[in-house]
Design a protein around this ligand. Sequence first.
Ligand SMILES: N[C@@H](CCC(=O)NCCCC(=O)O)C(=O)O
Length: 256
Amino acid sequence: MPCKPLIGLNADFRAAARTTPAFAYIAEGYYKSIIKAGGVPILVPPQVDEPSAHRVLDAVDGFLFIGGADLDPRNDGFMLHPSVRPLDPGREASDRMLMAEIAERRMPVFGIGTGMQLINVQQGGNLFLHIKEDLPSAVPHYDVQDTNHRHTLDVVSDSLVGRVYGDGEIRVTSRHHMAIDEVAPGFRVTARCPDGVIEAIESEMIDWFAIGTQFHPESEAASALDIRIFEEFVDAVRDRLDHGDQTDTSDFQLVA
Ligand SMILES: N[C@@H](CCC(=O)NCCCC(=O)O)C(=O)O
C-alpha cells in the first residue's frame, strides 16, 4: 500500500477573551478534504521562530495554506484600508515565514482564500484591498448571510482546474472582499469569475507545484469535482516523494 503523504496545514489563531482561552483552530473542511484525497493532515499552530518553521517543513511532504482574515497590506508596503480585518499578527508572521521557506524548497503547496493571496504576495504579486471599490462592477463575492455563497467560474481548459472541472457550468463557494490584482511572476491565471476577478492561479515553473484558489473547494457545499483539486495536489506531493526532490542538494557530496 503506498505511503500516505503528510500535509501540513497552518492553523488559525484566536486570542483569549474574557471567558475563553486562546485557541489555534482549523475548519473541518480543510483537513477532511486532505484525508479524502489520500493525505494525512498535520495541523501546524503559528510558529514563533524560523528554525522551528524549518523543522516543521522537514517533517511534512506538502503544505496547505487555509483561508482566514486579511493579510495586513502594511507588511507589503501598502497603506491599511478601512475594510481590512487583519489576521492575528502571530499567524501572519508564521504563515509568511513558512511560505518563504516552502518557496525556497520548492515544496508542493496549495493555498485557499487568504492562502492563495499569501502565495501571490510572497512571490511578488499584489492585491486589490476591497473589490467593491477597486472593481465596482464585480458581482458579490461575499455574503454575510450565507457562508456558502456561490458564483460561476470560467476556467482555462489547459490547466489543473480546467482538467478538474471540464466543460459545463461550474459554481464555486466564494467568501472574500480582497482579490489578486497583479499575478506573481512565474504564475498564471487559470480561472476567473465572469466579472474578471481572479479565482485560481497555478505555477508555470517546472520544478514547483504551487496552486491557489480564491474560491473554497473545502466548503460544506463542495462537490465531488471540488475534491478532485485536493486529489491533484496530494498526487503531486506523492509524485515528488516517489521521484525524489530534484531541487534538494542535501544528499550531494563534494568530491575533491
Ligand atoms: N483576505 C481574504 C479572506 C478570504 C478567505 O480566506 N475567506 C475565508 C474565511 C474563513 C474560512 O472559511 O476559512 C478576503 O479577501 O476577504
